[in-house]
Write a protein that binds this ligand. Sequence first.
Ligand code: 9MR
Ligand code: ZN
Length: 568
Amino acid sequence: MLMYQKKEKAFGSDTPFRIFVDQAGYLPESRKIAVMPFGTDVFAVTDENGEKLYEGDVIRYGKDEISGDDVYLADFSEFRRPGSYRITASGKTSALFRIGAGVYNNLFYSTAKVFYLLRCGCGLDERFAGKYAHKRCHVELAESLEDGSMSDVKGGWHDAGDYGRYVTAGACACAHLLYAYKLFPEVLSALDLNIPESGSGVPDILSECRVELEWLLKMQRADGAAYHKATTMRHAPFIMPESDKSRMYIFTVSSSATADLCAVCALAAGIYKNIDPSFSKRLHKAAERSYQWLEDHPEFVGFFNPTGCDTGLYAEESDIDNRYWAAAELFALTGEKKYNERFMSLFASPYFDGRSYIKTSLGYGQIGGFGSLAYVLAEHEGRSSDAVDFLKELIVGEAYWLRDKANKNAYKVSMEDWEFFWGSNMVLLQHGIKLIIANLITGQEEFYEYALEQLHILLGKNALGICYVTGTGEYSPVRPHYRPSAADKIDEPVPGFVIGGPNRELSDPFAKELIPINTPPMKCYIDDERCYSLNEVTIYWNAPAVFLIAGIKDHERRRVASSETASE
Ligand code: 9MR
Ligand code: ZN
């Protein structure tokens, strides 16, 4: 059982704020709606001293299924003046929030900085990590479970609240960051992360991704297959990473890990081509090696934990979507016919029958969405325009469906109750990303607006009024299931982490004990570090946040640029 170390500042799941807003804030021109689980007639926007600057009528929404509450809405969209405010009504108040063009700047920095703070094998320097600095961790050679040999798999990022490193999870997180860079290069290139590589001329986000890519390359076997993970046999207790001295193991290979490694290396090879040609070549060769292994091994090679091992499984039922992604990325990189043909045969695979949503999914388990993105963006001869049209329609159709789901509740959350499972904030963020992509495809502003709503929900416009990013806003989790934050004796949790979020399946014993059954989906959460199915953090929950925020910032950048051109 995990030791429960209570921090001095104790937050329960009951917020002192009864009016729910995005605690990072709002862009001046955007729609701004606060949600209140109580009835009243009027609300006000007040400044930090409590002075009323704007008043409006409260709108009754009625019963909201996702929160279980009878709710009311305060629409202050027309209030645009930059500053710091609260919404007040009937003696109750919201958390402090800002209105301004730069309201997501700190958030963008902190959610992307987390990857540096998760670096393994190198130690974190105080200059870059501040009080969260720690010594080198997990530097010993690791034992192969295939043949008992010892080798070096130092590096990469810790996966999550635990200290494991997993190939499919790492490839997925890296892909989110690399696609964010590919689609929004201006925004990502301007991001200074204050990491050891800053100032090198390479965008910081790419230097950070390289840390994980170098580790992924170490996880490739000589014949191209990828080992599924490098972890200890059992999760460490709540200790600092450098105190975790248990033997590190390299587990068996899986075809999903091999295909994901292939795909992300091919993607990165394209991105680094002009930035670092020799690194790009290494990545390209690695991708080809893994691809050849996949061609030679068409059968699915799953992953199972050996007896006695309790670290993450990241089990998958099929590798078709992973292979689909790999073929698409190699086609995008090279334009070669053989990759296009393989992609097209996977595109037509019966595996996708009745499951075409896997072609747009962007999670570690179902990862076809990256394959679709790669193919849609790959402007090579021979590409099937029918497939491209189909994929574009698929994503736009899904965006309409997300919008319609959002319109069924007061919060405008694009999720139904069944979608509140382990890591529900990743579902929310993926929806935001899909809406952003649909906006890029169609130019329809409505999709962007719904994407922004999903970010607001993450940041506090939700039934518990919690901002699910550590260190952001006045009310955010302080006891994440993250080993360093439990062990470092620092009151404030490491900032910038996206928390897993509400999970109505209550998938750990502490959640089962602490959350009453029949709690409405959006309220199945508690800020308690024992509750790993509610309050953990991982790289592939943070990476989509970076993607979504980048998409929103890029939209704002384009809007400002076009309004400047219009007024010239
Ligand atoms: O994020 C994963 C979630 O989708 C699964 O339901 C859950 C149980 O298999 O595992 C989660 O992944 C965890 C991984 O196994 C180990 N590192 C922490 C991950 C986040 O909780
Ligand atoms: Zn480590």
